[in-house]
Write a protein that binds this ligand. Structure first.
Ligand code: PLP
Length: 377
């Protein structure tokens, strides 16, 4: 076991004990291929459907709307690849989407689509901006539920209402896709109530195993691009990762039922950092995820990360996926309205129920003393 205190749960979380037990049980006892017609295979198939039904109950959706994938990146890829071939027109995204969405834009442009980015001041998309930019050419709107870099929560229900009204006005269907990775199990969010057409989830963000996730599709009207054995109604071919899927269903239930007061951790850090004039908290105070607190200091983020690591604290500079693409990550901060200096000094602290108030107090003190040394040194 590594020593130190982990504050990077927006990147990934530790698998829960119960989820790991389930992973081991299924791996050892129900290892057959769910597509095999013998009794072992039938048992595996029944475990697969049990996991799907459990997750459907937890998320209050119908079982025919959920497809198991290898994670959010694949869920997003299935939807965006399929729509790219099915239709043509304009795609609207927020300017702060994850790379899993953004990396598709060159393909859309090269296939003759137009791409419109919505403003994300302080991480938020507004319905007014969407209303203004949506046109009768728009076929896809892709907006994340919670921003992975600063934790802002988008008003998805209101944004979908704008899209539905425009569909009625133009007489054309618009697919509303919502990347819900940082929302499910963390902030109130309902697929049904929000009326999104599609959404993505990753198990490892909520103490499930890595390499498994979900695609939610309100209707099964996507063109099937992937080829293979027809699993998941052809939407995602390939032998199902049953141990991970069953463990995911356990982790999901645990997370939704979790009553741990994460906000107390977030508030403790926010209140402590506020005491120092050189530190600016970038995560909005209202309408933000209690699992993320991003701040900026005059210390460049890579340096701050290393100094915190030397003291035994593991944080991130914005987002794990963007660490290799530092410039890109800084430009997302700027699109959210932060200055280049604020972007260069940004640090994301993200929590889980494995953290304690004592740990948060310790990292607060460490950050403040490093900033004091830097600014008075
Ligand atoms: N979308 C968001 C908002 C994320 O935070 C992440 C992971 O960091 C992803 C998508 C991609 O998830 P995964 O790497 O599990 O496929």
């Amino acid at each position: 076991m590594q020593n130190g205190i982990y504050f990077d749960s927006a990147a990934t979380t530790q698998i829960s004990k119960k989820a790991l037990e389930e992973y081991n049980r299924i791996s050892l006892e129900v290892f057959a291929n769910p597509s095999s017609s013998h009794i072992f295979g039938k048992n595996a198939k029944s475990e697969l459907e049990k996991a799907r039904i459990n997750i459907c109950e937890t998320l209050s959706v119908e079982d025919k709307t959920l497809y198991f994938t290898s994670g959010a990146t694949e869920s997003i890829s299935i939807v965006l690849s399929s729509l790219l071939f099915m239709t043509k027109g304009n795609i609207i995204t927020s300017s702060a989407e994850h790379d899993a969405v953004m990396s598709f834009m060159p393909s859309y442009l090269s296939k003759g689509w137009t791409w419109t980015e919505l403003k994300t001041k302080n991480g938020f998309v507004t319905k007014e901006d969407l209303e203004e930019k949506i046109t009768n050419e728009t076929r896809i709107v892709a907006i994340q539920a919670v921003n992975n870099i600063i934790g802002s929560i988008n008003p998805i229900e209101d944004l979908v209402k704008v899209v539905r009204a425009k569909e009625a006005e133009f007489g054309k269907k618009i697919f509303f896709f919502c990347d819900a990775v940082q929302a499910i199990g963390k902030v109130p969010f309902s697929f049904l109530k929000s009326d999104v057409d599609g959404a993505s989830i990753s198990a490892h963000k909520i103490h499930g195993p890595k390499g498994v996730g979900l695609l939610y599709l309100k209707r099964d009207n996507l063109m099937v691009i992937s080829r293979g054995g027809g699993q998941e109604k052809g939407i995602r071919g390939g032998t199902e990762n049953l141990p991970a899927i069953s463990a995911f269903s356990i982790a999901m239930k645990e997370k939704i039922d979790d009553e741990f007061n994460i906000k107390e951790l977030n508030d403790t850090l926010r209140n402590a950092l506020r005491q120092n004039d050189y530190i600016k908290v970038l995560t909005p105070e209202e309408n933000s995820s209690p699992y993320i607190l991003t701040f900026s200091s005059p210390i460049p983020s890579e340096v701050m990360m290393r100094m915190l690591q030397d003291k035994g604290f593991y944080v991130s500079s914005g987002s794990a996926c963007s660490n290799n693409l530092k410039k890109k990550s800084e430009s997302v901060f700027q699109k959210m309205g932060f200055s280049p200096k604020e972007a260069q000094g940004a640090i994301r602290v993200s929590f889980s129920h494995n953290n304690t108030i004592n740990e948060v107090e310790a990292i607060s003190q460490a950050i403040i003393s490093l900033v004091k040394e830097f600014t008075h040194g």
